[in-house]
Design a protein around this ligand. Structure first.
Ligand code: UN1
Length: 512
């Protein structure tokens, strides 16, 4: 496996940031008070970026709040022009931003570009929405009265995002928030600050072009204390946070304690049921993309297969064969399909889960699990995606391991498959491979999959932006991106208008 050198990456990052309009000193050494930014491609530090302080965060929130007060009175279709410009800038800079995502998050080129395409798509959706923020008209029980709903801008939206979708998740929130009349303050993962600064530069340019308040969008960088300053500030009307269940458990009580609004998208433990009637060629392709793609580091990655016992051996054999030929290596090499894990902790999690599954839990390692190149690549962690065949759904299978580790469980009847499917704490995404319409419909019915996303004949990952994205149970009930997710970013008022000269009271109440 041949990797670029850290100095090549550093040179390229400097060029890309210049192209994207980011004005930072990439020659800066990561000193005290700085965030050290690494590329998982080589594991070495590329540059240091100064961290913000909690006081800086409060200043950003104050300025965002002022921007919101101006922005909320701009007509929504005019606000849409900001997002239209942002979408145009993303089209222009798709290659550069996609490559920066690959360098900073370790995604293969086509997935880095795909992530930017996801941003362009949500911008298109948001521009259309800017003319469709509709409320209802409701029949009043009183004569000469009319009831209606209006949707108004909400306020400052605090966005907390994870390393694995370093730009798209911001855009899901920001594009909707902007058309809804809100301002955003974004705390990206401290592993992916450069891509965040690039998005911020594009948003600032879009704002300049349309004359929107320039503090409509800002980025704050740092560790958990920076997130805490955002979470605790009661000028932040909505906290939209994506990440681990552990992070959500820290954030949710603090926001709730001040009665702030929450939109959470936490861990997943996504499964695919493979039924006897499944088209196995299609199932194998869908499974390999969802389980090994993005090195298993999507919240929607496939982590469990629940396969009918009569086809389990054949499926496992075909998957193992496909896994053995997966090209693993630098995500910048166009032949690569599996790039690196984000860092050492991710590697440790992968190894520990395989040990637990194959040790006391009695699972059988079918393929993968090794570190490519051993210790030769220092702090860069390339692993062979692994498949472990389990005898039961043990504690390790029920936990989310953020790595390319796929557990296989067998079932005998369909009710058992659904029960196994739902017997995990998380509820993000799910899928079934079947050509039996009864099974497909049952899987999507009220007593089928308990997840926010339930797919038929595709894997659980790779959702389009048009649908509402999110889950249930420990994933928590937030919905982002398409459908009516925009309602998260607005406040609803119900108006009753009396155009008569009488004053009838509701529910027939008599009073003077
Ligand atoms: C995430 O991993 O946090 O459905 C988001 C998908 C992508 C989004 C994943 N569209 O896999």
């Amino acid at each position: 496996m041949s990797l670029p050198t850290t100095s090549d990456l550093h040179r390229r990052v400097t060029e890309l940031l210049t192209q994207l309009g980011v004005d930072i000193d990439t020659g800066r050494k990561a000193g005290a008070g700085d965030i050290a930014l690494r590329s998982p491609i080589t594991g070495a530090v590329l540059t240091g970026v100064p961290a913000d302080t909690p006081a800086d965060v409060r200043d950003s929130i104050g300025r965002a709040h002022d921007a919101f007060r101006a922005w909320r009175t701009v007509p929504a279709p005019v606000r849409g022009q900001l997002v239209r410009e942002l979408g145009e800038l993303l089209r222009t800079h798709k290659q550069a931003l996609g490559e920066l995502v690959s360098i900073e998050a370790g995604k293969i080129r086509s997935e880095g570009l795909g992530e930017v395409q996801e941003m362009i798509d949500i911008c298109d959706l948001a521009v259309g929405l800017s003319r469709q923020l509709h409320g209802l008209t409701i029949a009043s029980e009183r004569p000469g009265h009319r009831m209606m709903e209006q949707w108004h801008p909400l306020g400052v939206v605090g966005i907390i995002s994870a390393f694995n979708f370093p730009v798209a998740v911001w855009s899901w929130n920001a594009a909707l928030a902007f058309v809804c009349g809100d301002a955003v303050v974004w705390k990206p993962s401290d592993k992916t600050v450069l891509t965040a600064l690039a998005c911020q530069a594009l948003a600032a340019e879009a704002a300049r072009r349309v004359g929107a308040p320039d503090q409509i969008s800002s980025v704050v960088v740092g560790g958990p204390e920076i997130g805490a300053a955002l979470v605790d500030d009661d000028r932040v009307a909505l906290i939209s946070a994506t990440g681990s269940t552990r992070m959500g458990r820290a954030v949710a009580p603090r926001v709730s304690a001040r009665f702030g609004r929450l939109l959470l998208e936490l861990g997943g433990n996504n499964a695919a049921i493979v039924a006897p009637s499944a088209d196995l060629d299609l199932a194998v392709r869908g499974i390999v993309f969802s389980a090994a793609g993005t090195a298993g580091q999507r919240c929607t990655s496939l982590r469990r297969i629940i396969v009918h016992r009569t086809i389990a051996d054949e499926l496992v054999e075909r998957l193992a064969k496909a896994y053995r030929t997966l090209p693993i290596g630098s995500p910048l090499d166009p032949r690569t399909l599996v790039g690196p894990l984000i860092d050492h902790a991710a590697y440790e999690g992968f190894r520990a889960a395989i040990s637990a599954a194959t040790g006391a839990d009695g699972g059988e390692l079918i393929v993968g699990g090794g570190r490519v190149g051993g210790d030769e690549h220092g702090e860069a962690y390339y692993v062979e995606p692994a498949i472990v065949r389990m005898r039961g759904q043990t504690a390790i299978v029920r936990a989310e391991t953020f790595a390319p580790l796929l557990y296989v469980l067998a079932y005998d009847d369909f009710d058992e498959a659904i029960a196994l499917h739902n017997d995990v704490p998380q509820g993000l995404s799910s899928s079934i491979f079947t050509t039996d319409v009864r099974e497909a419909e049952r899987f999507m019915a009220a007593d089928g999959s308990d997840c926010g996303i339930a797919n038929v004949n595709i894997g659980p990952s790779g959702a389009e932006i048009g649908g509402a994205f999110g889950g249930e149970k420990e994933t928590v009930g937030g919905r982002e991106s398409g459908s009516d997710a925009w309602k998260n970013y607005m406040r609803r008022t119900t108006n009753t208008v009396n155009y008569s000269s009488g004053l009838p009271l509701a529910q027939g109440v008599e009073f003077v």
